[in-house]
Design a protein around this ligand. Structure first.
Ligand SMILES: Cc1cc2nc3c(=O)[nH]c(=O)nc-3n(C[C@H](O)[C@H](O)[C@H](O)COP(=O)(O)O)c2cc1C
Length: 246
């Protein structure tokens, strides 16, 4: 199905209405919609046309298993779950096929692979939302990345960065808050943050959680002893296991 022939919401309306969906009707998407969403991902910009990403469209059984591993039921409930990879393997193969060798560029290509993958996934997400589906990015694939690598038979120089659930929403949450725009986009040069900026940030983000405590969330993920500290060594080790020289 060609994208432009589908009747979706406008891009601006789709962006404005975005909220992550974590409850889905246990129904699959029509084939032509799935095809269109995959094509939307493919249309995303990609640095130097290197296409440094791959997505794996998982089967219902794979979704069930991954959902259990990472403790996120919405992964099993959603009609579709794609795992987005950083992929230096295919470009390496393409070079080798024509007698060339990929350079010593694992780190820099990996950074750009993450950018490529995020752009492709967001294109897919926006296309899905414009058709009325709900989506949720799933970084928690990191909590079982080693098993997911085996399950999806990923070759060296690939890495599962995040997942994307897509399905028919079974909840209708409000849009969630964001930091004030002037803290995110600075005019001319990087700004210094005042005490008032900090207060505004916590005030604006308070409605994010029922307890009105955004700090609790930040601490859980980004502070000492948080999830990302726990991931640090594990992810580095897995990247090495996938033959990345970083
Ligand atoms: C890279 C990335 C990883 C995420 N991982 C998860 C996840 O594992 N599980 C989940 O339920 N939501 C996940 N989310 C969704 C975020 O929690 C959500 O986007 C954020 O709280 C803002 O809410 P909103 O999308 O409804 O505006 C992730 C989002 C991103 C961009």
């Amino acid at each position: 199905m060609e994208l432009e022939k589908l009747d979706g919401m406008s891009v601006l309306e789709t962006i404005a209405k975005h909220r992550s969906i974590r409850k889905y009707e246990p129904r699959s998407l029509p084939k032509n919609h799935v095809e269109a969403l995959m094509r939307a991902a493919l249309r995303a910009p990609t640095d130097a046309a290197m296409h440094l990403w791959t997505a794996i469209r998982t089967t219902p059984e794979q979704r069930r298993v991954i959902s259990e591993w990472i403790g996120q039921p919405h992964v099993a409930e959603a009609g579709e779950f794609f795992v987005f990879l950083a992929d230096l393997h295919r470009v390496e193969k393409l070079l080798e096929y024509r007698g060339e060798r990929r350079g010593r560029n694992d780190f820099s290509l990996l950074v750009f692979a993450a950018i490529d993958a995020a752009l492709a996934a967001e294109n897919m997400a926006l296309a899905a939302e414009s058709l009325g589906y709900g989506i949720c990015f799933i970084g928690a694939v990191q909590n079982a990345a080693d098993r997911i690598i085996d399950l999806l038979k990923l070759p060296p120089h690939t890495y599962p960065l995040f997942g994307l659930t897509i399905g028919i929403p079974a909840e209708n949450p409000p849009t969630r808050p964001r930091l004030p725009l002037d803290l995110m986009i600075h005019e001319g040069s990087y700004r210094t943050y005042s005490e008032e900026d900090m207060e505004r940030a916590y005030r604006e983000m308070a409605p994010y959680s029922r307890r009105r405590d955004w700090l609790r969330m930040l601490k859980r993920y980004a502070a000492e002893g948080g999830y990302f500290e726990a991931r640090e060594g594990y992810m580095r080790e897995l990247f090495r296991k996938m033959s990345f020289n970083i």
